[in-house]
Design a protein around this ligand. Sequence first.
Ligand SMILES: *Cc1c(COP(=O)(O)O)cnc(C)c1O
Ligand SMILES: [Zn+2]
Length: 382
Amino acid sequence: MPTLLRCLRCGTAQPFDPAAYLCPACGTGDDGADPGILDVEYDYAAVDPAAFGSVPARGLSRWSGLLPTSVGSASLPVGETPLVAAPRLASSLGLRELWLKDDTRNPTRSLKDRATAVALAMAQAGGRSELYCASAGNAAVSLAGFCAHAGLRAHAFVPASASPARVAWLRRFGAEVHSVDGNYDDAFAEAERQGAEHRWYSRNCAFNPFLVEGKKTVSFEIAEALGWQAPDLVVAPVGDGCTLGAIGKGFREMVEVGRTERLPRLLGVQSDAVQPLVRRLRGGTGYAPDGTTAAASIAVRRPRNALRLLAEVRRSDGTLLAVSDDEMRAAQRRLAREAGVVAELTSAAGLAGLEKLAEEESLAGRSAVIVITGGRLDDDDS
Ligand SMILES: *Cc1c(COP(=O)(O)O)cnc(C)c1O
Ligand SMILES: [Zn+2]
């Protein structure tokens, strides 16, 4: 049962309310300040650890005790993606074991579907029929696909630079495409403006407090597949910070309810051209001016869920690092040729980052999971 919403910036708690959005005191955090993102807290004592995940349900509804809403069976089926062993990559990295959590096998090919399923359930429970999001691709495609399936209207705000392959997916699913002059951050601002004006339901994971809850279910599935154990390391690419922040939260909650015993170290990977969170973890400023990368899904210059991400990384004794586009391209080829998994460029940042960590410290005897967050190929992917 969800009980409270606590602001990650000022710490103020309010009773759980499915209509809440940002902290009323902190708001959007304009002028470079962090927004007041709300975090859902639950009645953890009421969750029976032995029964956690073992209910005879499918997809996200297996985790209903730790979700803000029930995700009915009418949704496109989400999650239950395979944990793929990658022994060839493990041995070259010096790891004892390496797995790839292949979230490209979601309905629209990315982990974003876990958040979208929650967004649709919340929107429908509130009687809303139009949803919006800002996205360079996957979040919008996910929203478009789920809305097509449910008969709802999707508004996608995409930066003018979005890849034609991704925009084609939006049109295929019948979404309304709003092309915004500028980058992802400009598209985000425009989406929030129009969304509020028309009272559409937000599928912007960075602001809507409930979407991270969908994303964290990837952690539950990883631990379950490992016999309710956390691996030593969990690796994911980082843009706004919602995905890895959610992964950290999922592992913490399993310890909280007594299902697992320890936390994995989190390794977050950014592009070296746009690495505000890497800089901020090391004490610098959290804003990345210009710099371009082909890893569009993590090219976020002003990350909104920074407080969550940094808190989870620190709690886990983890770290953040940056890789170049060339390193991502090489990792993308290795994932295909040495593990049989096709990842999009952004997702390949995970392996590139783990390779970099292996140069800095020995990974001998350790186990790691790389979350393969998306598998949509763009026209320039080789
Ligand atoms: C959105 C996305 C990410 C990054 O998620 P954030 O929540 O923005 O940090 C990583 N990989 C892929 C494929 C994505 O679509
Ligand atoms: Zn606040």
